[in-house]
Design a binder for this molecule. Sequence first.
Ligand SMILES: Nc1nc2c(ncn2[C@@H]2O[C@@H]3COP(=O)(O)O[C@H]4[C@@H](O)[C@H](n5cnc6c(=O)[nH]c(N)nc65)O[C@@H]4COP(=O)(O)O[C@H]3[C@H]2O)c(=O)[nH]1
Length: 721
Amino acid sequence: MGQFGRQHIDEERLQLALEAADLDLWENDVLTGAITRRATRVFGELGYSDDETAHMIDDVLSLIHPDDLPLVQTALTEHMTGVTPHYRCEFRLRAKDGAWIWYANHGKIMDGGDGVRGRRLIGVSFNIDERKQTEARANEQQRLLAESETRYRELLSNLRTGIVVHAPDTVILYSNARANELLGMSGSDIFSRHADDPVWQFVDEQGVSLEKAQYPVRRVLDSGRAIDSQVLGVRQPGRTAPVWLIVNAFPELHSDGTLKQVVIQFDDITPRKHAEQEIHQLAFYDALTGLPNRRMLMDRLNEALAATARSQQYGTVLFIDMDNFKAINDVLGHAVGDLLLVEAAARVGHCLREADMVARLGGDEFVVLVASVPGDSGMASQRIALIAEKIRASLSAPYHLKGHERHSSPSIGVAMFVGSDQGSADVVLRQADMAMYRAKDAGRNTFRFFSAAMQLAVESRAALEADLRLAIGSQQLALHYQVQVDDSQRPIGAEALLRWHHPSRGTVSPLQFIPIAEESSLILDIGNWVLDVACAQLARWQRMPAMRHLTLAVNVSARQFRQADFVDMLSAIIARHPCDVSRLKLELTESMVLSDVAEVVHKMDSLRALGLSLSMDDFGTGYSSLSYLKKLPLAQIKIDQSFVRDITTDATDAVMVKTIIDLARNFRLEVIAEGVETQEQLEFLRGHGCMIYQGYLFGKPVPLDEFESRCHAQGVPASLT
Ligand SMILES: Nc1nc2c(ncn2[C@@H]2O[C@@H]3COP(=O)(O)O[C@H]4[C@@H](O)[C@H](n5cnc6c(=O)[nH]c(N)nc65)O[C@@H]4COP(=O)(O)O[C@H]3[C@H]2O)c(=O)[nH]1
């Protein structure tokens, strides 16, 4: 075998070795630039035929990906200029179908041998496409991972919740922007803080620092269990704020069983606390006075009931109602009324100890709760009487409102309780309310203690009201007639007076049931019924010669008169019972004209327009004032029987009656005296110019038939025949 043969065998071996290693050998004459050996396998892989390869061999650079070409050139230059010991390069080659496939070239410059002059670059190429694809996928995953981490970091740093990640027992690893903001520290100040040097200091509600072992983070570290809590009073640098805090132990553990991380989420809940306080304020406090409201009172009263049941000490409720508050409000306006209430609230507060409570129920009603009064019932009630008197005196002192001195006073009802006795808070409050009404009945500006008798009175009043409701429309009501006479004692009219004949109660006095009817609005039905019967009666008398001259006076209650449709209702009754309306006289009371005189006068004018006349009943007992007497379209005033009663024995009453008679004369009003029982009274009245009378001296109120037969017997007054 010659040298050529030897070379041939070596070449074959080399080829086999290259194939086994998936390598392709190439060779380049550096001096001439000619390619002396082709990497034929590479071109075959790329899909080019030998022929095509032969043609493009000198133009192989055109197959390299333009992005990779500079790398290849640099690698070649660096090696050939001796910068690198080897030529190494990775690049993409264009396959015949246009795809790019990755290859690696490793080569080295060798000295020429065997007569070959100069140097040659010899190297191998091999396919690295698969590795490159794998790397590309890994890079993509890396990129996605980095992106996702950036996203999560952004998310965390934009969260409006503070996040701190703590490595247990070592250092803080991370805090987001909100955490830094809430803690008032920079991220780098927080970062690497140790668990024993916490960023928080926890304090109790009194502001006293807690032991470190009680810190939420420490508790989680010790127990490995999460905490979700609303912590009050966390002291951050410079301030104490309520904080909501969730501390979570990460589920993963180190191989030694210790926790890996603790994540703390927190937020400052000061705004929420403020909102809660506001809601609490609205729900439990009165907006005007700032006092607790009924709801809060009832809560505290229930607590007090339970406490007194245990301690067997007395508790007390004082129900306060401001006298004449409505009049102040109506006359001076709500602004002044409000000022008075605020002032009253403050005054009550000054009369109490810190443990006591004053609430506003609404309107002009206040309730004081004294939760515990030491001593037996006698001693306790003495103490309470002192408190009640103090409140009364304080509330009746003059009020200086908007530069004016105003006056008011309280009526106070007191109910004492020992838990188990009375049961519910409602009952106690009702009892105090009842006692307050007693204080009002007793003349106002005073206080009354609730008693069992009071309860009984209230219950019997309620029973009477229920019976009265049934009485209407069940023939139990009737009208009696009391004669009114002239100077010659002949009947000139009558007053219709209501009678209630109850099947078991017997005859109930109007003095007893009219006030109840007025409070419960039953008076509206009753009053309409009375007017209806009275008008029917007048219509009947019209047809009776001995009766047709009589006037008929009917009492109208304030509530009835105030009804918006009172005039319409009366005119409908008159239309139902055509009669001489001039014979109908409505008796009004002074209390009706106390408020809104203009409207009252308007209504009275409308009534007069129906043809009837108006009389002022019980004149002199109310707030008689010349100014209103002048304005009202009255035909008559009636001297109240309380003045007539002592007319001959009491100089004041005598003067009063004389004055009323003079007044009536001056105003050209008819005057009638009621309650005339004796001849002396009659003489006095006649002597001073009162010529019309009503009273037992002439006849008591009697049923219709009796009244009519008396009138028939007495005949018609001479003046009317
Ligand atoms: N001691 C004494 N009393 C005398 C004498 N003359 C009359 N009386 C009584 O005095 C009251 C006069 O009626 P009033 O002042 O309108 O007072 C009435 C009136 O305010 C009210 N009332 C009666 N009927 C009605 C009614 O139909 N509607 C309304 N709203 N109130 C009525 O009830 C009050 C009481 O009525 P009565 O018990 O019938 O009482 C009547 C009458 O019986 C007397 O010489 N001596």
